[in-house]
Design a protein around this ligand. Structure first.
Ligand code: SAM
Ligand code: SF4
Length: 492
């Protein structure tokens, strides 16, 4: 969600005449787009702001801003710990940024743009969180052939550990026709793969004026035939809202990729109850079985929190059992981080010691890695369809004129690494898998011989037809010709 917000902020400021700076020090305006999900993310921002204090003292005209969830949650703390900050802007107010920059320039005073907190009436709070979806700018994405599209904002689930409902506001779904128009625009700009975003994306529900209700399955059907779009994905799913119509849409609509991210969080009913996840582990297991029955071969991934208050060795073992038997492609595992402002913080003492959290985190990760390796090994000897994203980490270090290591993803979201030329980025290729680790599949591009040269059958695409941004994963810099202002969005 933050990656998308950053893309949109930079795109909109660029239209105002700004350009991206190479380093924060070079920039006239520096923004940190922040996350509040765990304490660690916040600590990193305060350190980064601290490092810029001296720079700001030397160049007081430079504008420093904190955007996103931390801004929404902690304006008073930011004012106290980083008094050199000029703009504090929540995720529901990002469209105000150009005006806020102007106001700092003219008044020199701190500018705040925040949405209402959730103690006000629902209607008022909803109105204070704007869905921020200005015109898209393909050059602002790591590549032009993949894009996120927000289909809803906010969350109403209020899991007891989670700060998201407070900082991103009430759940609100976007108009399906607006989403379809954005997908068409992205496709016209060369986008092949669209990922719909929502905190609980499968809870998407839009009541149209004609009385028709659109669910996520309807939305997928609506955009499915957009010319140019090859792949449709959606993240993140809430287990309780995994309805059959969505699974049937995944099975029957060929562009909908067979991949589901459905966080379980724990394998212990007592913990799930304390987390207020609204399902039991038995329900979750049945849901997994239903997904696999309706969409044979679907890849499923999950999130888990270890060390939630009250988690005993016995409850942790139940989570291990779910990971051992759940068949997840991969899992993201987090140590519980108490978040002031959540029910969990008020109700439960953070009683699992840090070293125990760390050990459980490592143990669960090791277990998941073993499961992922089994899943990956099953793919050896198979041919998979890969959308090439560009050079892998190693590929970036290799000679760009020769074949280098490339990376891409299968329809089931598996990462594949193989040798090829950088200009294959953005193409969809068939790759034969011949090796696997817990994280990666390794393969060879299906090839043909042309004039004695080694070719992948897809090289015929003339270079000029591949969008320039597709040839590199580094965010391109702007054309500086008519611009006087620079912005920096340091990656923290
Ligand atoms: N909406 C998604 C869902 O319900 O699955 C997840 C959104 S949350 C931003 C991403 C993940 O962060 C969660 O699935 C959870 O595992 C983790 N998370 C959220 N709050 C956390 C906390 N206080 N401590 C540790 N992990 C947390
Ligand atoms: Fe947070 Fe739960 Fe909402 Fe996900 S569903 S964003 S974990 S409150």
């Amino acid at each position: 969600m933050n990656v998308l917000d950053s893309e949109l902020v930079v795109g909109s400021l660029r239209r105002q005449g700004f350009q991206l700076a190479e380093t924060p020090e070079e920039a006239d305006v520096i923004f940190y787009n922040t996350c509040s999900v765990r304490q660690h993310a916040e600590d990193k921002i305060y350190s980064a702001l601290g490092r810029l204090r001296h720079h700001k003292n030397r160049f007081p005209k430079k504008i420093l801003g904190v955007l996103g969830c931390m801004a929404q949650k902690d304006q008073e703390i930011i004012k106290r710990r980083a008094p050199h900050v000029d703009i504090i802007c929540g995720p529901g107010q990002l469209s105000q940024l150009p005006a806020l920059i102007g106001a700092v320039e003219t008044t020199g005073e701190l500018q705040l743009a925040l949405s209402l907190d959730r103690t006000e009436t629902r209607h008022d709070v909803e109105r204070s969180f704007e869905s921020y979806d200005p015109l898209r700018d393909p050059s602002m994405r790591p590549n032009s052939f993949q894009a996120y599209v927000r289909i809803m904002i906010g969350c109403d689930k209020f899991c007891t550990y989670c700060i998201v409902p407070s900082v991103r506001g009430p759940e609100q779904s976007r108009h399906p026709l607006e989403i379809a128009a954005e997908v068409r625009q992205l496709a016209a700009e060369g986008c092949k793969e669209v990922t719909f975003l929502g905190q609980t994306v499968n809870s998407y529900r839009f009541e149209a004026k004609d009385g028709r209700t659109y669910r996520l399955s309807d939305l997928l059907a609506l955009v499915h035939d957009t010319p140019g779009i090859e792949r449709l994905r959606f993240i993140t799913n809430f287990p309780k809202d995994m309805t059959d119509d969505l699974l049937v849409a995944m099975r029957d609509l060929p562009k909908v990729c067979p991949y589901l991210h459905v966080p379980a969080q724990s394998g212990c009913n007592e913990m799930l109850k304390r987390m207020k996840r609204l399902y039991t582990v038995e329900f979750y297991r049945d849901m997994l079985a239903r997904c696999r029955e309706i969409v044979p071969g679907v890849a499923i991934s999950s999130d888990f929190i270890v060390g939630f208050p009250g988690e005993t060795e016995e409850s942790f073992e139940k989570t291990c059992d779910l990971v051992r038997t759940g068949g997840f492609k991969n899992s993201y595992i987090f140590k519980y981080s108490p978040r002031p402002g959540t029910k969990g913080y008020e109700m439960f003492e953070d009683d699992v010691p840090e070293d125990v959290k760390k050990r459980r985190n490592n143990d669960l990760l090791a277990l998941q890695n073993a499961v992922s390796l089994q899943d990956h090994r099953r793919q050896i000897g198979h041919r998979v369809e890969v959308l090439v994203e560009g050079p892998s980490k190693n590929g970036f270090k290799q000679d760009p004129n020769g074949p280098i290591q490339l990376t891409g993803r299968t329809r089931s979201d598996h990462i594949v690494v193989f040798d090829g030329y950088p200009r294959l980025a953005g193409q969809t290729l068939n790759v034969e898998i011949d090796d696997a680790t817990s994280f990666t599949l390794f393969g060879r591009v299906e090839t043909c011989e042309t004039n004695g040269d080694f070719h992948s059958g897809h090289w015929e695409t003339p270079l000029e037809k591949i969008p320039e941004a597709a040839q590199t994963r580094i965010l391109p810099l702007f054309d500086a010709s008519d611009s006087s202002k620079r912005i920096g969005l340091p990656l923290v």
